[in-house]
Design a protein. Structure first.
Length: 196
């Protein structure tokens, strides 16, 4: 299998790549992730994923590999978008707004196909429902620090799973990489998955 550059420092995405036995190297794309313009949440996630890939294409100009992959996960509720919280207060505000209701988790994937010289972008939207969270449980969760560096201030595969009463869609997409859609994306772009 050909190596893929992962334009992300996400440990969760690295774990998925290892699970799939994909050869990869890590090259986090340092981009401005601030929200600009009037993009809808899904459009914004796709824009950020493509921007990450394009940043690596720009950095490696002249010595491009065949495959570069970037992704971005955002949380959306009532049209508002939540990325990574700035601090504990921001995390508390996010979780307070999410508790007791459903929200969308959008994971966008961008794949640079060096053979075709194109960037393919796709996204998956899932729904997560949080049960009501007691104030003391919210304080306990915030004290764990698990909210740091993750969209919406929670990891569904971590302690925040205690608050999740239901999901509709792709569990792996909520974690950070929709595996089925990623596999299909690789195949449709001609990546020889599973071949030597």
């Amino acid at each position: 299998m050909e190596p893929i550059i992962l334009a992300s420092g996400s440990l969760r995405r690295q774990e998925f790549f290892k699970l799939l036995s994909l050869p990869f190297s890590i090259m986090p794309a340092q981009i401005d992730e601030s929200i600009q313009g009037n993009l809808k949440p899904r459009e914004l996630a796709e824009e950020l994923a493509v921007r990450k890939v394009n940043k690596i294409v720009e950095l490696l100009s002249g010595r491009l590999p065949n495959w570069i992959f970037g992704a971005d996960t955002l949380i959306s509720v009532d049209g508002d978008v939540y990325g990574k919280p700035r601090d504990r207060d921001d995390a508390q505000s996010m979780l307070t707004k999410l508790q007791g209701r459903s929200h969308e988790v959008i994971t966008a994937m961008a794949l640079y196909n060096g053979k075709e010289k194109i960037v393919d972008c796709r996204s998956v939207v899932s729904s997560v429902t949080f049960a009501p969270i007691r104030p003391e449980d919210l304080e306990w969760y915030l004290d764990t620090g698990e909210w740091q560096g993750v969209a919406g201030a929670y990891k569904i595969q971590g302690l925040a799973g205690c608050f999740v009463s239901g999901i509709i869609g792709s569990y792996s997409g909520i974690v950070g990489l929709p595996m089925h859609e990623f596999y299909v994306m690789l195949r449709e772009n001609g990546y020889s998955y599973g071949d030597s």
